[in-house]
Design a protein around this ligand. Structure first.
Ligand code: PLP
Length: 444
């Protein structure tokens, strides 16, 4: 029986309505409270506890999206989302994701979708060229930087038997520690200098299979000095993995390339286009100049997946067997923006962050908490941690903007991250106005 109880969902009718919904959403997302204002459990309790017996019209899904789910969404697409790392799914990415779902190709083997595999290879080569990375590196897409780093460290462990330590900065992302936990490796954290950069003179590579250098750390976007770290790795024979999950997209701009000096000597590099290169979530690029090490760590081809094709598949280079057509959205973004469009979007974000930074610098009672290499500003009120925490709570409760925080040298610090294509100077100005208004209410 063909289930006609999908109530005849049609791409022409319902599809047009869904696209119109997205278009309208993106037009008005700037008017919605950025941070969701619901109590835990509220959304779930507003929906039926049990699945329907009979299929419903797709229009019901759109209706509940508006009536029930929307109030429970934090709007990552808002131009006034300034928390964590501000991201942006651009129109080409949104449309390509729709097409990828329509095609529903599953790349378990080259033959199950030659176009999926070869487009992914080509797109990663394009992106490497745009970033000025060495030609000929193997590139692949993973769901996120956590998985990319896991794959790289698995290869590093395999390449250096008997060496079970991963060295990284105290400011490296928690995904490094998680990968170590999963791989049974020990993590050794190196102290950072006063600008939150790994100190190469403090590197101890005894027993190390890998070092992770971060360009664009999560709290402050500080830049670990890759070149001297690469020297140490080469001396000791350790794998160098560069985590540039957020900042790596800035490699497209020559004036920001200084931060990546030495990256060409890495064994592997991860950059998340889903953070700062206009793709939707689920698009993390991993390159390596040692693909054989990845293949040795991961290749496992059971009989039912053997083919006579003289070509290896992505599934031999990472933890997942099946992969979606993720390359389509990245390819669409690269084509529709081109080098110039990508540069413009990065430069705009950096310039807006620079403006905000200058306002903080010039205003008595406020202080900058870290240098700003890219589009994230770390700052605080010249007051107690409690005051800063209360300030952030009040700012976010208003709904106009959403910012997040971190702790630096034991002190509570606010962060403003710019990254959405639709963010304008007015939006950043709104954030500053709201911060100042609420600061006046909190006092010090
Ligand atoms: N590495 C860095 C430097 C990050 O800032 C983040 C997330 O913010 C990650 C890795 C993890 O990224 P993902 O969520 O794609 O796993």
């Amino acid at each position: 029986m063909r289930p006609d109880d999908t109530e005849g969902t049609t791409l022409a009718g319902d599809g047009a309505a869904a696209l119109a919904w997205v278009e309208r959403y993106l037009e008005r997302v700037g008017e919605l409270p950025v941070l969701a204002r619901v109590e835990p459990g509220k959304i779930r309790a507003s929906l039926p506890a049990h699945p329907p017996e009979k299929g419903e019209p797709f229009a019901n899904v759109l209706r509940d999206l508006d009536d029930v789910l929307l109030p429970g969404l934090t709007h990552w697409q808002s131009p006034r989302f300034f928390a964590y790392f501000a991201t942006c799914a651009s129109e080409p990415a949104i449309l390509a994701e729709l097409l990828a779902a329509g095609l529903n190709n599953v790349g378990i083997l080259w033959r199950t979708s030659p176009a999926l595999q070869e487009l992914e290879e080509l797109t990663l080569a394009w992106l490497a060229e745009l970033f000025g990375l060495p030609a000929g590196w193997h590139g692949q897409l993973e769901d996120g930087a956590s998985l990319s780093t896991l794959a790289a460290l698995a290869a590093a462990r395999h390449a250096r038997p008997g060496h079970e330590v991963v060295v990284c900065s105290e400011h490296s992302h928690s995904s490094v520690e998680k990968a170590c936990r999963l791989l049974g490796l020990e993590i050794r954290k190196v102290p950072a200098d006063e600008e939150f950069r790994l100190r190469p003179d403090a590197l101890d590579l005894t027993g190390a299979c890998a070092v992770v250098a971060t360009v664009g750390t999560t709290s402050t976007t500080s830049v670990d000095p890759v070149a001297p770290i690469a020297d140490a790795c080469e001396r000791e024979g350790a794998w160098l993995h560069v985590d540039a999950a957020y900042a790596g997209s800035a490699m497209v701009c020559p004036e920001l390339r200084w931060a990546f000096d030495g990256v060409e000597r890495a064994d592997s590099v991860v950059v998340n286009p889903h953070k700062w290169l206009l793709t939707a979530q689920g698009c993390s690029a991993l390159w390596t100049r040692r693909p054989d090490a990845l293949r040795e760590a991961f290749s496992l081809v059971p009989e039912y997946l053997r083919t006579p094709d003289d070509v290896s598949s992505f599934s031999e280079y990472g933890p997942a067997l099946g992969r979606g057509f993720r390359a389509l959205q990245l390819w669409a973004v690269l084509r529709c923006f081109g080098r110039e469009g990508l540069q413009a979007s990065i430069r705009t974000a950096v310039a807006l962050a620079e403006s905000f930074e200058s306002w903080v610098r010039e205003e008595p009672g406020w202080e900058l908490s870290a240098p700003r290499p890219f589009s994230v500003v770390c700052f605080r009120r010249d007051a107690s941690d409690e005051t800063n925490e209360e300030l952030l709570g009040r700012v976010n409760a208003r709904g106009d903007v959403f910012l997040s925080h971190t702790k630096l040298q034991g002190r509570y610090v606010l962060r403003l991250a710019v990254g959405n294509l639709r963010t304008t100077e007015d939006d950043v100005r709104t954030a500053w106005d709201v911060l100042r208004e609420e600061a006046a209410r909190v006092g010090s």
